[in-house]
Design a protein around this ligand. Structure first.
Ligand code: FEO
Length: 170
């Protein structure tokens, strides 16, 4: 059993993961509208991955006999100045999520809730990966500058993304 404070904090993170999914789906739609099919595919897969993250919190709450409380999801931004600006925004959002996961891990430690701390370990590691991946894409945009042909190549490269959402049990 976990404390009510921990339960509320985990439900808060479940909402943030759903918002992440919503935000990345909005970015995918933006890329579709701008005819960047590869970036749209990349973001669509990212949105699916975030939904899986949300479900990990859902499953954990159920497993420890806590209550899942679904709350309203904020409306995400709709337009971005450029594909580079959208990925930059995704990078900033991942940094925000990392901070949120770290705050949760601090709370689990303060509560001496070892089970939740162990559950959160996966997310701590995942955030390192998430930030590194998006940061690399942001760097690619910086390198290509105004080159239309390089942007075309980057779109094609991002469209190669194949990884399905991680559905491994936590
Ligand atoms: Fe669920 Fe991208 O963090």
């Amino acid at each position: 059993m976990i404390t009510e404070k921990m339960q509320d904090a985990l439900n808060g993170q479940l909402n943030k993961e759903l918002f992440s999914s919503y935000l990345y789906l909005a970015m995918a739609a933006y890329f579709e509208a701008e005819s960047y099919a590869g970036m749209a595919r990349w973001m669509n897969l990212q949105a699916q991955e975030e939904h899986e993250h949300a479900l990990k919190f859902y499953d954990y709450l159920i497993k420890v006999n806590a209550r899942v409380k679904l709350t309203a999801i904020d409306e995400p931004q709709f337009e971005w100045e450029s594909p580079a600006a959208a990925f930059q925004a995704a990078y900033k959002h991942e940094q925000f999520i990392t901070q949120s996961v770290n705050d949760l891990a601090d709370l689990a430690m303060n509560e001496r809730d070892h089970a939740t701390a162990a559950f959160l370990r996966w997310f701590v590691d995942e955030q390192v990966e998430e930030e590194a991946t998006v940061s690399e894409i942001v760097d690619n945009f910086k390198m290509i500058g105004d080159s239309k042909s390089a942007l075309f190549m980057l779109d094609r490269e991002l469209g190669q993304r194949t990884n399905a959402p991680d559905t491994t049990a936590n």
